[in-house]
Ligand binder design. Structure first.
Ligand code: HEM
Length: 594
């Protein structure tokens, strides 16, 4: 088999469950663009048009680079030509000025490479790592360590075409970021014949859409990317119900949602693998699990990137620009993980950990997701980690892990692995990008290039920090029309939550940037067990305020937890290039005068 074919077909078979015609759409879009060509193809304006169609416009933008060549308008951004001069490198996500529409320049002068030549540069034996996309060849060597999806993942396309990988990982088309970064990495063009071959192979791939069997979703969700689904609950709805209705629970998926027929559900086995520990594999059906002692835990889950958009206001980060709605709460029902491990043969947990070195419990999912937690949390009788099959009293919805998921109360949601089919006692943490890669590592604020960072030495996210948010506001005034300078009262409500089971002891609200604070009344969720407060607290507060000259009032909330941790005032000192864990005061603007 030639290298051209090999690279493309070396995908895991699950990615071959294909989709609709990317190539056809690219061709159509390219044709449309070529007729209305104005030269600049790869601009911010191009990317901003139609996020739903983003994934095809992304490829189309590059495809049109080629189709436009006849009109003498083949372009890439100016900065590519001036890369050395302005010292912007692909790794410097934060220093890019994405607000500026860049001018174009000609890439016709760039060399043409065959796919065999690309394959020779696969990052092995001291070669740089090249890959092609839409007819352009990129040298990604400097970017590998900074790839938000992890070095391991991007390297799978080394020496080959990106198209089939992004066919599965379509989150690359949800924003302009990937292509903007790639503009700095272009080194040439792929020979037309070879790109044609890629396109032909994509047509085969596209016969099946891996996202064809996605569940129905609530129309009120704020969708950031639909394949895979990443959607948040709108702020005003967050505190309408203490338990978030399952259909409005935020969704953070990395892959297509696994689809199971009734037969597959009947055949489903959860394997609890203790072979490394010298025991066997316990295999359980869904019914077996349901026959065991059932535990119910009310727990809040939050995406580690929640409020990433706030970080972006300072400097750009990489990833979904969540507002505050990537957090929700449910009552989860299932079996204690500790009970399962004991049933599988784990006898003396302290000995397993301290003498034999079994420090981790790993979770493997049907969607190729892997994550792990420490054995202390997994086995603590007060840790309340469950192998879960119920959400709010119903079978888990598909988006939330049907048939079985893990709930690790007080931990980052990424450790609460969905669609789990194997649990394993291990000496090292889970492998893979979501545990060991850059995805869930919080770099220091000054580090924008992960190349010099030893990620293995950096802990992956586990227990979460302290958060609060304002969801609803209402201005109370005796006057019919409120004017600037007038004193009013703002009735505000919202939520607060701390990781690790730390109860919220106080929530304070300010209307004057922190000079004065009103203390909120803690409502639902304030009676949770001491040190086992896994779920959020709702609060309400009447905040005295003076209407600003612009007719607005700026409110901010900060919570205090059991350990007297307090949310930081600003995000400046917690900013990190992945945009994880933004827990600065939550600020909102209230329109007082209409
Ligand atoms: C130069 C080429 C690439 C660029 C510029 C790039 C850029 C990015 C960016 C900006 C993200 C963050 C997206 C988000 O979290 O919403 C991301 C995530 C990711 N990328 Fe790439 N990427 C490239 C190539 C690849 C390739 C070839 C793969 C192949 C598997 C890949 C797999 C992933 C995965 C798995 C994630 C994480 C998705 C998630 O957690 O939901 N990327 N990439």
């Amino acid at each position: 088999m030639s290298t051209k074919m090999f690279k493309l077909y070396s995908l895991p078979s699950s990615s071959w469950n294909g989709a609709r015609s990317v190539v056809t759409r690219n061709a159509n879009l390219a044709a449309r663009r070529s007729s209305s060509s104005v030269g600049v193809v790869s601009t911010l304006a191009d990317w901003k048009t139609g996020s739903r169609w983003g994934y095809s416009t992304a490829a189309a933008a590059v495809a049109s680079l080629l189709t436009l060549s006849g009109a003498g308008a083949v372009v890439l951004c100016e900065q590519q030509a001036n890369a050395a001069a302005d010292e912007v490198t692909p790794s410097h996500v934060a220093t890019e000025d994405f607000g500026v529409v860049q001018t174009s320049h000609d890439i016709e002068t760039m060399p043409i490479y065959t796919s065999d030549q690309v394959a020779e540069n696969n990052g092995e034996n001291g070669t740089p790592m090249w890959m092609s996309y839409g007819g352009v060849v990129y040298d990604v060597s400097d970017f590998i360590a900074n790839h938000p999806g992890g070095a391991e993942k991007i390297s799978t396309a080394g020496g080959g075409a990106i198209e089939p990988f992004w066919y599965l990982y379509r989150q690359h088309f949800a924003s302009d970021l990937p292509m903007r970064l790639m503009e700095h990495m272009a080194v040439g063009r792929l020979a037309q014949d070879d790109q044609d071959l890629v396109d032909e192979q994509m047509v085969v791939l596209e016969e099946d859409d891996p996202y064809a069997r996605e569940p129905m979703r609530h129309h009120a969700l704020v969708v950031h990317s639909d394949t895979p689904m990443n959607a948040e609950i709108p702020s005003p709805l967050m505190t309408k119900n203490y338990l978030t209705p399952s259909s409005l629970f935020y969704i953070r998926n990395h892959h297509p949602v696994p689809y199971m027929t009734e037969k597959q559900v009947n055949d489903y086995r959860l394997r609890v693998d203790l072979t490394a520990y010298g025991k066997g594999v316990l295999s359980l059906t869904l019914d077996d699990l349901k026959k065991m002692d059932k535990i119910e835990v009310t727990a809040t889950l939050q995406c580690s990137g929640n409020r990433r958009s706030g970080f972006n206001d300072l400097k750009r980060t990489s990833g979904t620009p969540w507002g505050q709605g990537a957090v929700s709460t449910a009552k989860w029902g299932g079996v204690r993980l500790a009970d399962l491990l004991e049933l599988a043969g784990l006898k003396n947990a302290i000995e397993a950990q301290e003498k034999l070195g079994f420090e981790h419990v790993r979770f493997h999912a049907q969607d190729e997701m892997m994550a792990s937690i420490g054995i202390e949390k997994a086995l603590s009788p007060y840790g309340d980690v469950i192998v879960c099959y119920e959400m709010n009293g119903e079978p888990l919805p598909r988006d939330h892990g049907y048939p079985v998921r893990i709930i690790v109360p007080g931990y980052a949601a990424v450790r609460n692995v969905k669609w789990v089919d194997k649990i394993e006692l291990a000496k090292t943490e889970a492998e893979g990008t979501w545990q060991r890669g850059l995805n869930y590592k919080t770099l220091p604020p000054s580090v924008t290039d992960a190349k010099n960072v030893n990620l293995d030495q950096m802990p992956s996210m586990t227990e979460v920090s302290l958060f609060s948010g304002i969801t609803n506001t209402h201005v109370i005034s005796s006057k019919h029309k409120v004017k600037p300078g007038e004193k009013v009262v703002v009735k505000a409500s919202g939520w607060a939550w701390a990781g690790g089971g730390r109860n919220i002891v106080r929530v304070d609200i300010t209307s004057d940037g922190g000079k004065n604070w009103a203390t909120a009344e803690l409502k639902e969720g304030s009676d949770q067990r001491f040190g086992r407060a896994w779920a959020w607290v709702f609060w309400e507060c009447e905040v005295p305020a003076v209407v600003q000259t612009d007719g607005n009032i700026e409110l901010a909330s900060k919570a205090v937890d059991l350990a007297f941790n307090v949310q930081p005032e600003s995000s400046d000192h917690t900013w990190n290039v992945r945009g994880l864990g933004n827990n600065s005061w939550h600020r909102t603007t209230v329109k007082a005068s209409k």
